[in-house]
Ligand binder design. Structure first.
Ligand SMILES: NC(=O)c1ccc[n+]([C@@H]2O[C@H](COP(=O)([O-])OP(=O)(O)OC[C@H]3O[C@@H](n4cnc5c(N)ncnc54)[C@H](O)[C@@H]3O)[C@@H](O)[C@H]2O)c1
Length: 349
């Protein structure tokens, strides 16, 4: 498992860069992280005269055309195999930058400096890299560990509240699959009253680290991290090119309600736990009715899910709050029933 540090990014980068002899240092940013985050690490990079690659922000750009721009810049800067790419941004920058670094000249070093809550607790850790292709989320990619991950909550100061909520969805997921006590804490503390993000981030990222450590290439237990993602990814993909697109965590929040419903139907999650999860998620995220006219399209998206086997759509489901199982085959009719359940439940706590 690659090193993950929580704390001051500048101190960490200073130590890392002075201990390794890179031929060149390049920073990948999007327009927002160029403005809000790059100034925070500039002093640590000064001595290395870094080149900057800046791309437009958003999931819609996590695609091959943007990779081509990044690779062209890498060639133009004449990067050799001893160069370093620093991915400074959210999950889009981390997933795509890592993918570009891993494939450029058969792989150069890269580090992740996550700047969104979502990428701090989830995307930056675990070595899954990739891009969306052919309308399917993350359909091209590789497993490759970064040389380091620095999580510094000071970046969250400029992050819009909607993005904080999006990240909180993945924190809820970690609690639901592996930490009942953490779920209780989230239930009793509104996110805007978290006094110590460092501690909450560290607890959440530790769950991811532990799961990945036991199964780095997602052959078994790592699949539980996909709770909420089978339906969530399909819904995210479906809305991606629309004006009212959903952020990743927002789509996963809907997916978690649907998949909690399936957990009750196919596993041992109780009716009371299902109601609790539905209410908690609906409390944090505004409700979005999924039109019935799109149901077939959603199933179509899921037929390309990476976890499928022998034509069956497989799910990570909850046995109870704090414990998950995986590889549960669910029928398309029940998947649609779960989306209908979501559509009809606008409860709040
Ligand atoms: N690799 C994995 O294991 C993994 C896990 C979960 C999610 N993901 C992926 O992560 C992506 C979502 O990541 P995300 O939610 O971070 O999205 P994102 O990278 O698009 O960032 C969200 C927005 O916040 C802006 N931003 C980032 N940091 C900022 C800051 N500090 N201040 C102000 N604005 C800032 C960005 O410019 C962007 O507009 C999805 O593509 C998802 O598939 C990957």
């Amino acid at each position: 498992m690659h090193p993950v540090f929580v704390g001051s990014v500048t101190a960490g980068l200073n130590d890392f860069l002075s201990a390794r002899l890179f031929s060149q240092v390049v920073v990948l940013v999007d327009r927002n992280t160029e403005r809000d985050c790059l100034p925070i690490i500039e002093s640590a990079l000064e001595a290395y005269s870094p080149k900057i690659i800046s791309i437009p922000s958003g999931e819609i750009h996590k695609q091959i055309a943007t990779c081509q721009i990044i690779w062209e810049k890498m060639l133009a800067y004449k990067l050799d195999r001893n160069a370093l790419l620093i991915n400074l941004g959210g999950g889009v920058i981390g997933d795509m930058g890592g993918f570009c670094a891993s494939t450029f000249k058969r792989g150069i070093a890269f580090v992740q400096i996550p700047t969104t809550l979502l990428s701090m607790v989830d995307a930056s850790v675990g070595g899954k890299l990739g891009i969306d292709f052919g309308e399917v989320k993350n359909s091209l990619g590789v497993f490759k560990d970064p040389d380091g991950v620095w999580i510094d909550p000071q970046f969250l100061v400029t992050l819009p509240p909607r993005e904080i909520r999006s990240g909180f969805a993945e924190m809820m997921k970690h609690a639901l699959i592996a930490d009942r006590n953490q779920w209780k804490v989230y239930k009793s503390t509104p996110t805007n009253q978290f006094s110590d993000w460092n501690e909450k981030i560290e607890q959440s990222v530790n769950i991811k680290k532990q799961v990945v450590l036991n199964d780095p290439h997602e052959k078994s237990i790592r699949k539980i991290l996909n709770f909420g993602h089978t339906i969530g990814h399909a819904i995210e993909s479906m809305f991606l090119t629309t004006e009212d697109y959903l952020l990743h965590g927002e789509a996963i929040a809907i997916g978690m309600i649907c998949e909690a419903y399936l957990s009750h139907k196919y596993s041992t999650l109780t009716q009371a736990e299902l109601a609790e999860i539905t209410a908690m998620i609906n409390h944090h995220f505004s409700h979005r009715v999924i039109p019935e006219s799109t149901f077939e399209h959603i199933i179509d998206f899921m037929s390309n899910d990476k976890k499928n086997q022998h034509g069956q759509i497989l799910f990570a489901l909850l046995e109870n709050i704090g414990k998950a199982t995986f590889d549960v085959a669910v029928s398309p009719a029940d998947i649609l029933e779960s989306i209908a359940y979501y559509n009809h439940h606008k409860a709040s706590i």
